[in-house]
Design a protein around this ligand. Structure first.
Ligand code: CAA
Length: 407
């Protein structure tokens, strides 16, 4: 077991840290006030190569490993997780395309992200289908050589600014989770942005309702096999939850650093409050939670990099890091005392930002559900990753082969 980062990973972390410090942090509290959209930061991050990091080289991306992605996302979380979420959300949208798109679809849609600083969104959640994915109502109906989509997706990160969407829809209404398919959908006039949310935290990220109204897409925009979309969504979340966990570690680390510094400066009862054991122990617990969260996160990413199933590991990481970020930020406000409650001081923003980490990409309760299922099933920790998704081209080739063999 080797916890050392490679020289490339260290360089990347430094690049991401400097970017977070110089470009993100300096505006983070200002952008939080009005929920300012960080367009110029997106363009700068894209320019320096901190976006679309998992897009394979053949489609113009750097094809970075998952652990490297986590190093970047921790720094984004440290800088501002709202802006960081806007920067990282392409990763969530592109993963189903990378897993289930044909070469042509990958070239077109992944290429779009790497040729220009464009955005894409992942559309899974609906008003009546949050944790319960299979309760979705959006439909996709095959009409000739097209699919026609109808339905409404809510809480969509970057929804208002995306150029394309990965959309999950029912293709067999009576088949539960086995009746869902995934599609890549370019934005056109039939894609309507219905509502931009006014949020408690991560206010610089865009969260919108996206409505598909008789939206037509070519048949080859189906990702993976028809009715296999639920699995594709789960395989996607296995790959993106380590990054979310990393972002939560970054929020916790920022709050810990602020609280530790403040505890050395603030004097009460004649000594810096860090000298009071009640405060020192809070700081100690914060430090442990950051370290433990990071280790779980790195493990969940390293497994992916080794081609090993990380479902359990990423739920451990996401659950622990998100809950820790919440606890650390609440305690950071406590260390600041009354000042912690005032917007002039940095920690109340972190506390508001941390809350979403326990909600998006699977609530902490859903992570516990996954953990319980995995540990109770006694699944082996070194099981290989879920079988690769078959693209439409592969399905068609298989059908031709079978037909030829029958003849
Ligand atoms: N990899 C591959 N396949 C998987 C899998 C995984 N990790 N997890 C489940 N599956 C497969 C199962 O093998 C099973 O396959 P079969 O059909 O062959 O039997 C199928 O999927 C159903 O599995 P379960 O019975 O375990 O499904 P479930 O309904 O009991 O539970 C759940 C699933 C864990 C609750 C899941 O619905 C879930 O993760 N919900 C949370 C959804 C979520 O995270 N939403 C966040 C939206 S994204 C977001 O927040 C975006 C944003 O913009 C910030």
């Amino acid at each position: 077991m080797d916890f050392n980062l490679t020289d490339e990973q260290k360089d990347l972390r430094e690049l991401a840290h400097n970017f977070a410090e110089k470009e993100i942090r300096k505006v983070a509290w200002e952008y939080d006030k009005d929920g300012t959209w960080p367009q110029e930061i997106i363009e700068k991050a894209w320019d320096v190569g901190l976006m679309n990091t998992h897009v394979p080289e053949e489609y113009g991306g750097p094809g970075l490993d998952f652990l490297s992605g986590c190093l970047i996302e921790e720094e984004f979380g440290w800088g501002c997780s709202g802006i960081g979420t806007s920067l990282a959300a392409n990763g969530l949208a592109m993963t189903p395309v990378a897993l289930g798109g044909s070469d042509e679809i990958k070239a077109k849609y992944l290429g779009m992200l790497t040729e220009e600083p464009k955005l894409a969104s992942f559309c899974l959640t609906e008003p009546d289908a949050g944790s319960d994915v299979s309760g979705m109502k959006t439909t996709a109906v095959k009409k000739g050589d097209k699919w026609v989509l109808n339905g409404s997706k809510c809480f969509i990160t970057n929804g208002q600014y995306a150029d394309w969407y990965t959309v999950y829809a029912k293709t067999d209404k009576d088949a539960g989770h086995r009746g869902i398919s995934a599609f890549v959908v370019p934005r056109d006039d039939t894609v309507i942005i219905d509502k931009k949310e006014d949020k408690l935290g991560q206010r610089a990220s865009n969260t919108a309702t996206v409505v598909f109204n008789e939206t037509e897409i070519p048949a080859d925009h189906l990702l993976g096999e028809e009715n296999h979309g639920f699995k594709l969504a789960m395989m996607t979340l296995d790959r993106t939850r380590p990054g979310v966990a990393a972002m939560a570690v970054g929020i916790g680390r920022a709050a810990f650093e602020f609280a530790a510094e403040y505890s050395k400066e603030r004097v009460q009862f004649g000594v810096p409050i860090a000298m009071h054991q009640a405060v020192a122990f809070m700081i100690a617990d914060m430090a442990t939670k950051v370290e433990a969260g990071r280790l779980l996160t790195w493990q969940s990413a390293a497994l992916l990099d080794q081609g090993i199933r990380n479902t359990l590991a990423c739920s451990h990481a996401k659950r622990f890091a998100a809950d820790s970020a919440m606890e650390i930020t609440v305690d950071a406000v406590q260390v600041y005392g009354g000042y912690g409650f005032i917007k002039e001081y940095p920690v109340e923003k972190l506390m508001r930002d941390a809350k979403i980490m326990q909600l998006y990409e699977g609530t902490s309760q859903i992570q516990r559900l996954v953990i319980a299922k995995e540990v109770l099933m006694g699944r082996s920790v070194d099981e290989p990753m879920a079988e690769a998704v078959r693209t439409q081209t592969e399905v068609a080739e298989k059908q031709t082969e079978t037909a030829a063999a029958t003849v």
